[in-house]
Ligand binder design. Structure first.
Ligand code: SF4
Length: 262
């Protein structure tokens, strides 16, 4: 996910009980839609032919829509409680971070969006470029370790990547070109400080107050079950997972969508 949990300045448990109850209803609905998507999968057909029924996609899309509704509800409740989120449409200052913590099915959904928009090849090439950069950072880290430097954790490597100010492969003219398909890590990331402080080169960046509205265990569990039925074991980093999906899972083919069995 974009920042780590420990950076979170607030938790949803600060909200009134009635709001938390509503959020639990949303979580239940999202998890139930994800499990319906899982139940639609025919594992043998997926494994042998990379075929999925269109019902899988219908349930997955609904799950993301309901999840967005729950985030809007949470934001409105936080606003009422005195927390003003400053993120606005069109702001992409946080899109130099490398989204992490992704499940395989989120990568599937992103690639489906890229294919639908006719930009899969271009996005794949960009992901490859970012992957080379990521590998370079790993090598720098190895050198640092040789110099007894302690910059070895994933969080520190992600911080280093962000400092390079490389835009996300899916960013086009300052906007997310796959906004509808973006992963949870991007949906749940918010700022309480002026938006431009999120720019890695802004002098106040170290003081920016950002947080994630973390998905519930119920939702994460349902996403992981989807990964299990699809046997997806991809990197949880956006660019690495995307390349693995295109090359290792799909072998450069599109998913074959089938009509639902009657
Ligand atoms: S997927 Fe979209 S929202 Fe997420 S970092 Fe990339 S451009 Fe930004």
């Amino acid at each position: 996910m974009k920042p780590s949990r420990t950076e979170n300045p607030l938790e949803l448990c600060c909200l009134p009980a009635s709001a938390q109850e509503t959020l639990r209803h949303y979580d239940h609905r999202v998890a139930s839609l994800l499990l319906q998507a899982r139940d639609a999968v025919d594992p043998a057909m997926w494994e042998k032919q990379r075929r999925l029924p269109s019902a899988f996609l219908t349930h997955l899309e609904k799950a993301f829509l309901v999840y967005d509704q729950s985030l809007r509800f949470a934001q409105s409740q936080l606003h009422r409680a005195g927390w003003s989120i400053t993120c606005a449409p069109g702001c992409s200052h946080c899109c130099t971070q490398l989204p992490s913590g992704l499940t395989g099915v989120e990568i599937l959904y992103l690639s489906h969006g890229a294919l639908r928009a006719g930009v899969l090849d271009r996005m794949f090439r960009r992901c490859l470029e970012r992957l080379e950069l990521w590998e370079e950072i790993r090598r720098w880290n190895a050198q640092d370790l040789a110099q007894a430097c302690l910059e070895r954790s994933l969080a520190q490597r992600l911080h280093r990547y962000n400092a390079l100010k490389v835009p996300c492969p899916f960013l086009e003219a300052g906007l997310c070109s796959l906004y509808r398909y973006r992963p949870l890590a991007c949906r749940i990331h918010f700022s309480l400080s002026p938006p431009h402080w999120c720019r890695p080169d802004h002098f106040q960046n170290a003081h920016a107050i950002r947080f994630n509205l973390e998905p519930s265990h119920q939702v994460m569990d349902a996403l992981e079950r989807l990964d299990q039925v699809l046997q997806l074991n991809l990197s949880d980093l956006l660019v690495c997972g995307f390349v693995e999906w295109v090359v290792n899972v799909m072998a450069f083919r599109p998913i074959a969508w089938t009509e639902n069995p009657h």
